[in-house]
Write a protein that binds this ligand. Structure first.
Ligand SMILES: [Zn+2]
Length: 156
């Protein structure tokens, strides 16, 4: 399975890749050199919308992919067409959209203090990030995600 390092400007794409189970770092305050170092050591594909960065990657023999679209579904299709993405619904091995940590399943009574009352009433399945402790559940946005996934998978 591919690992990614998304350049700044690709925040939404990073969150989506994590959600789909792809180990994805997102450049926020890291310098370009720090990104290059991590990409090399961890064999990550650099995703960027910058032509200049593509040239810098090529000079350093770092795997890179230029993302031309500004729309996340189209961006995911670009990645799929270039390096392949295995996208299923519901996603397998979801990672934290905030910090890229692994999510672990939690019983409701373990995390009841951390979620809104209505959420506790309406949901049974919860996950907690092993790193930043963010709590996740299958909220209403899952319908949008399902739609995006089927659009990606029906593209050729
Ligand atoms: Zn997290």
């Amino acid at each position: 399975m591919s690992k990614f390092y998304a350049d700044s400007m690709l925040g939404k794409l990073s969150r989506f890749l994590r959600f789909l189970g792809y180990d994805t770092l997102y450049r926020t305050e890291e310098s370009i050199d720090e990104m290059f170092k991590a990409a090399r050591e961890e064999e990550r594909l650099i995703l960027t919308r910058s032509e200049k960065l593509i040239q810098m990657c090529s000079k350093r023999n770092l795997q890179n992919l230029f993302i031309s679209s500004i729309e996340v579904t189209e961006q995911l299709i670009e990645i799929k067409n270039s390096v392949g993405l295995n996208i299923v619904y519901p996603p397998v091995g979801i990672r934290c959209s905030v910090c890229n940590g692994d999510l672990r399943t939690r019983n409701k009574d373990e995390i009841i203090d951390k979620i809104p009352e209505g959420t506790a009433k309406n949901h049974e399945d919860f996950w907690e990030c092993s790193k930043c402790h963010q709590i996740y559940w299958m909220g209403s946005h899952w319908q949008d995600i399902k739609k995006t996934i089927s659009e990606i998978n029906s593209s050729e």
